[in-house]
Structures are given as structure tokens and as C-alpha cells.
Design a protein around this ligand. Structure first.
Ligand code: B12
Ligand code: SF4
Length: 458
């Protein structure tokens, strides 16, 4: 079968920068699975390919279209379904990805045929085989994929939801990187380029209440065997690797084995990871060793500058651990990409204090607005108080709860002011050394032009 794999255009503020761009790894995984199954997959990355959806459908004549997407892309995914079905009602559409995995009910009003609500891909192979035999007319009477776990399908105008299964990323294939190498120079995280993504785990062992990721894979953490991870890293022809695990610093023995294997295989790469402050604070020697094998940047959820706020997020870290973490990363020459949250109870004074706290430490921060994202534990608590239902606003940059001490507008101004002041403060950081300001302005105009064009022709 011919299978078109759509990675949607970026929505929101991320679309205006080319300084943080990642390969469409989920689509490369699907490509690999389908290719191995004898099908003809084609990746259509709408972040770069300006050709319209209709033209792409005409060109590729797919039997099946798979669409991925995050929460902010939910409505775009539904619009694609309309265009595809209008073009040819016989094309089967499968929607998947992080948002579908948990919020699959949000897509019941779409024109999709199947919703895939798992992290792994073993059951996707079964679904594709089912569709293949259906399209070939092998099934004598109308049948349904009732025994394929982790999918939703339509029956008599209703959606049937098959139960999830708990999976392990050890079952994923090693992705075919043909697409990556053909476009390698686009992919970067600020000064780290070209940059490859490597997926090593599902979910997270911790349970911070604002976090969406921890509920994936039915809330069960699972990671790959060290050897398979290191072999994949060693095989990549790039200097910088971003490990996508929500928390890579989970297990001391696992990390020691990782270090040993990286050394033994003579791998020399720069690693970008997510990790927790408490782990870093209590494993100074191990962090030194990780720095020695190439650990270059840790995105670490520092979140707040006092223990009460940390406790309110069920973060299970302390301010002392945050301070230790910053010191240890700094002393080992590792960028501390600190993630912080501003929330609806903050006063103007709190915004000022937060600036001073961050600016006086060796951190390159990203500030998010407290977002009770649908699918996180805090969503149920705050759902009724949210000031908008627009999912495109769940991008961590919008004020979604009524601020206690100021208007939404004033809060938004405070937030952007804080982010801009911190960016200016860090303008000389080596992380930003590669910025090309005229190039950035041209890029913004290009994006605006494409967005305008797509209002008329999707
Ligand atoms: C790297 C990353 C980014 C990169 C982009 C990466 C990329 N490839 O495009 C950047 C930094 C630009 C980014 C931006 C954003 N991100 Co982000 N990002 C991640 C991160 C860390 C890894 C994603 C990744 O590439 N994983 C590797 C792929 C292979 O794994 P996967 O996506 O889980 O896919 C698996 C399955 O879902 C399945 N699958 C995927 N798609 C499909 C489709 C079909 C049809 C099928 C059958 C299966 C399938 O196949 C894969 C096999 O395991 C995740 C957190 C995480 N650890 O997962 C957050 C995450 C995906 N991001 C998130 C968010 C919210 C955003 C933003 C909206 C906001 C923000 N401030 O970050 C923006 C939106 C940008 C946009 N595209 O419009 C959320 C999404 C939540 C949700 N409900 O969708 C996550 C889960 C983190 C979180 N905060 O909770 N992000
Ligand atoms: S915020 Fe980080 S540590 Fe907390 S549950 Fe999510 S991924 Fe895990």
C-alpha cells in the first residue's frame, strides 16, 4: 500500500524560529515500520514542504494517510482529515502521536477512520495488515479490528475504544534515517547542530501534577536496553544527540552502564538530555563522568524558587537541591537549561524576584506559564476555571487561568517582559553564539507568508 505520513506545520510561537528544529522522528519510525512491512511510505513534513495537501495527495495517491501532532495541532489534524476525505473518501486515515494517545476522545468528531492511542508501534503493524486485507477485498463480510489493542475505530456511527496495553520501547525498530540525512542541516537546538533525536523511554517514574508525559504508556515507565541505545547513537553520523526521554537521569546503574558502553565503543558526541534537579544534586561524581563522555546540556525542571511552590506541583524536589544542581552543572561545563513556571498567583513583585533569582545564577532559562494541560493530573482540578477552551493556547506560553493580582493582559505583559529580559541577559551565552539576526527576521517573514497562503489553500 502507499502510505502518506503527515507531520503538521508548527503552531504558535515555535513556528517563528529555526533555532530549535527537530527531525520528524515519529514519522521516521512509521516509515521504518511500513517499509519493513513491504509498503511504500512517503514522509510529508509540512514544516518545510510548501506544496498543498491536495497536490501531495494527487502526487502520492495514498491508500492510507497517517497524521501525527501535538495538542496545539489537534484542530489542524482534523482539517487535514476533511480535505483528505473530500479528495477521496476511500483513503483510510489514522491519527496518532502524543495527544491522540491520551486525549483520543477529542478526535471523535474528526473524519479519521482510526485513532492510535499507544506509544509503541507493534499494534500499528496489525492495524495496517487489517486495512491492507480490507482494501484488497480479502474479507468476505464487513469485519472490525476488535482484537487490536490501543486503537479506536468506528462501528455503526459510534467509536469503539480498544483497551490499551503497556509497552516497552525495546520493541521499536531502529529508525531508518534516510529523511534525516537528506535534511540534516535543518535540525538543531540553538548552537547544537546538526542534531539527531533518539527515543529511549516511555513515560516517567515521577508524577508532577502539571505533567502530561508521565501519563503516557498508561503511566508506566519503560526504557530500552543500554546496548541498543548506545548502538543507535554510535551509528548516527552527527555530533549532537538529543535524547527525548522525559527524564534520562533515572537509574544510577543504567547510567554507569551507559558511560561504560559509550567509552568502550569510542563514541564521541555531545548529549542533550532532560533530567531532574534532585538526581543531579545527589550524584555529583556521576554527572562529572557524564560530562566527560559528552553531556553538554540538561533541560531541568527547576520550576520555582521556593519549597511551597515546588510542593504544590508535587515536584518532590527542594530549593536546596535546585541550587546544588545549578552549581554541579556549572562546575562541569554543562549548560543548565532551567525550566521555570509562572502562575496565576504571582504579583508584579514576584515576577521581579524571579528575574533576579534566575539572572544571578548560571542558567539559560525557559519560562512557561502554568498550564493544566488536558491529560495531566492538574487538568481535572482546573478545567472549570480555564478562561479558554482553545487547544492552540495549551502551548505553555498562554495565560489559561485568571490571574489573582492583575488582568490577563497585564499578566501576559509581565510574562513576555520576563522572558525577553532573561533572553537579553543571556544574549552572550555560548548557546546563542550561532544566532543570525538578519536571517531570523527573513525567516519570520517567510513563515508569515506561508501561514497567509495556507489560510486559502491548505
Ligand atoms: C522534542 C520535542 C519537541 C520539539 C519538536 C520535536 C519534533 N520532532 O517535532 C520542539 C522543541 C520544537 C517542541 C515543541 C513543542 N512541544 Co514538544 N516535545 C518534544 C519531546 C521532548 C519529544 C518529542 C519527540 O520527537 N519524540 C520522539 C517520537 C518518536 O516519539 P513520539 O512523538 O512520542 O511518537 C511515538 C508515538 O506517539 C507514535 N506516533 C507518533 N505519531 C504518530 C502518528 C501515528 C498515525 C501513529 C499511528 C503513531 C504515532 O510513534 C512514536 C513511537 O514511539 C516531547 C516529550 C517526550 N519526551 O515525548 C515533547 C512534547 C511532545 N511536546 C509537547 C508540547 C506541548 C509542545 C509545544 C506545543 C509547546 C512547547 N512549549 O513545547 C510545542 C509545539 C510545537 C509544534 N510542533 O507545533 C507535549 C505534547 C503534549 C500533547 N498533549 O500533545 C510533549 C509531550 C511534552 C509535554 N510538555 O508534555 N517539542
Ligand atoms: S515534569 Fe519531569 S519529572 Fe515530573 S513527571 Fe513530568 S517528566 Fe517526570
Amino acid at each position: 500500500m502507499k502510505i502518506l505520513l503527515i507531520k503538521p506545520e508548527t503552531v504558535g510561537i515555535f513556528s517563528f524560529t529555526y533555532l530549535v528544529e527537530h527531525e520528524p522522528l515519529e514519522m521516521e519510525y512509521l516509515y521504518t515500520v511500513f517499509k519493513n512491512g513491504g509498503h511504500e511510505p512517503v514522509i510529508y513534513d509540512r514544516r518545510y514542504e510548501l506544496c498543498s495537501l491536495k497536490k501531495k495527495l494527487k502526487e502520492t495517491k495514498p491508500d492510507v494517510v497517517c497524521v501525527t501532532g501535538y495538542i496545539t495541532q489537534q484542530e489542524i489534524m482534523k482539517r487535514y482529515c476533511q480535505v483528505i476525505k473530500f479528495y477521496n473518501d476511500h483513503i483510510r486515515i489514522i491519527l496518532g502521536g502524543s495527544n491522540v494517545e491520551i486525549n483520543y476522545e477529542n478526535y471523535f468528531d474528526s473524519k479519521a477512520d482510526y485513532l492510535y492511542h499507544l506509544s509503541g508501534l507493534s499494534n500499528l503493524v496489525k492495524l495496517i495488515d487489517f486495512i491492507d486485507s480490507e482494501l484488497k477485498g480479502d474479507q468476505k463480510e464487513k469485519s472490525y479490528p476488535a482484537d487490536i489493542p490501543g486503537i479506536c475505530y468506528r462501528k455503526d456511527d459510534n467509536w469503539v475504544v480498544n483497551q490499551k496495553v503497556i509497552e516497552t520501547p525495546d520493541d521499536l525498530p531502529i529508525p531508518d534515517r534516510t529523511y534525516f540525512y537528506a535534511n540534516k542541516n535543518r535540525f538543531r537546538y540553538l548552537c547544537f547542530k546538526p542534531l539527531a533525536l533518539v527515543k529511549n523511554s516511555y513515560s516517567c517514574k515521577k508524577a508532577c501534577n502539571f505533567c502530561f508525559c508521565t501519563n503516557r504508556n498508561s503511566g508506566r515507565y519503560a526504557c530500552r536496553h543500554v546496548e541498543s541505545l548506545v548502538d543507535e547513537i554510535a551509528s548516527l553520523d552527527v555530533d549532537a544527540i538529543h535524547i527525548t526521554d522525559d527524564d534520562f537521569l533515572v537509574d544510577e546503574d543504567y547510567l554507569r552502564e551507559f558511560i561504560r558502553s559509550i567509552r568502550q565503543k569510542g563514541v564521541h558526541k555531545k548529549f542533550l538530555i532532560y533530567g531532574r534537579a534532585d538526581f543531579i544534586a545527589h550524584h555529583e561524581e556521576l554527572i562529572k563522568e557524564l560530562a566527560d563522555i559528552g553531556l553538554s546540556l540538561v533541560m531541568v525542571g527547576l520550576e520555582a524558587t521556593n519549597n511551597d511552590e515546588l510542593d504544590s506541583y508535587n515536584k518532590r524536589t527542594s530549593l536546596e537541591e535546585n541550587e546544588e544542581c545549578i552549581r554541579i552543572l556549572s562546575e562541569n561545563g554543562i549548560f543548565c537549561a532551567g525550566l521555570f513556571i509562572v502562575h496565576q498567583h504571582m504579583t508584579k513583585q514576584d515576577f521581579r524576584k524571579l528575574y533576579e533569582w534566575i539572572a544571578s545564577r548560571d542558567i539559560v532559562p525557559t519560562i512557561s506559564v502554568f498550564t493544566p494541560m488536558q491529560g495531566s493530573a492538574s487538568y481535572k482540578e482546573y478545567e472549570k476555571d480555564m478562561i479558554t477552551r482553545d487547544v492552540t493556547k495549551q502551548d505553555l506560553f498562554h495565560c489559561l487561568l485568571k490571574p489573582e493580582h492583575m488582568s490577563v493582559r497585564a499578566f501576559t505583559i509581565q510574562y513576555y517582559r520576563l522572558s525577553l529580559k532573561l533572553a537579553w541577559h543571556n544574549r552572550k551565552s555560548a548557546l546563542y553564539s550561532d544566532n543570525n539576526y538578519p536571517g531570523a527576521v527573513i525567516y519570520i517573514f517567510k513563515v508569515l507568508f506561508v501561514k497567509l497562503k495556507r489560510i486559502f489553500v491548505l
